[in-house]
Write a protein that binds this ligand. Sequence first.
Ligand SMILES: Nc1ncnc2c1ncn2[C@@H]1O[C@H](COP(=O)(O)OP(=O)(O)OP(=O)(O)O)[C@@H](O)[C@H]1O
Length: 347
Amino acid sequence: MIDRAAVEAVLNAIPDPATGRGLVEAGVAEGLTVTADRAGFVIEVPAARVAAYAPVRDAAEAALKAMPGMSRVSVILTSEAPAPARKASLSREAVDQGRPRAPVPTDRPSHVRRVIAVASGKGGVGKSTVSVNLAAAFARAGWSTGILDADVHGPSLPTMLGLSGQPEYRDGMMEPRRAHGLLAMSVGLLTRSDDAMIWRGPMASQALTQMLTQTRWGTEDQPLDVLVVDLPPGTGDVQLTLIQKTPLDGVVIVTTPQEVALADARRAHTLFQRVGVPTLGLIENMTGDVFGRGGGEAEAARIGAAFLGDLPLHADVRRAGDAGSPLAEGEMAARFDAIVVRVMAAG
Ligand SMILES: Nc1ncnc2c1ncn2[C@@H]1O[C@H](COP(=O)(O)OP(=O)(O)OP(=O)(O)O)[C@@H](O)[C@H]1O
């Protein structure tokens, strides 16, 4: 198990060029996610400073990869979009064009009945695990189901469904992959995992739009009943841009019972509320002796959302994820079936 404190110590040994302080201390490592064997974060700097921070990203990546037990590291260097230049001589029309406009949601994907996002206020709460098992439970309930992995910070669907290789293009559309009764598309299938990617909000949003609207999720004869979208964790700019542009019918928020995760879940709920996407409910993951229990239900009541259920830490869940297939039977699969019944009732 990778320890978050150890990751932070490694990152604090690397100085931020601007302040000379360690990367975590200086607040440079945004959205730091540490899971059992992975770590990732985002460095967001003004466009002019991207080159100066590239060696920092490389050093951080190398240092994290060298940690014992670390299997995957993703350090993303992104640039803030430059503010539009305004001149007094611009016409009114041009000035108007420079103003931020209310974002226009992209078209709905064709032949898809419902788009449900799975989100978390912070990383490492098991959002991707919940997404894929929720999708499998929808399929067990008889709904034709797709899953779209939009987690630019660390796409994990290819591992969880045992997928590799780029998707095929046919008649100008990407063909989703088929696995375990689900249709699947992942940002991880569209990029080489070792690429040093620079994901800005708009780029991530463009990739998501493309995967949503240019994937053949359904046809006139065989529409898709539900598309589950695994969003990147957090409540920052990337998430805001994504959800503003994406036609979502509802969101399921995943949290752990810990106080800090609950506060982040609340923040996520507020973010979705601001853009008019209804929260279908909260799921408490990793309930039990380690993290406590019950916080998710109390938080759901506090924000006026449904509580969809809790999921204890269970070896079957991790084993299924590692083996590249969702849960198909047993106690944990049954818990997901119960959650799906409540989601269906909510949305
Ligand atoms: N209920 C559970 N019981 C046992 N293991 C779990 C459970 N939920 C998640 N895990 C394990 O925790 C790890 C992290 O899960 P996952 O990758 O789904 O998190 P995440 O929140 O999607 O992370 P990220 O923020 O990086 O996307 C995985 O190894 C997964 O198998």
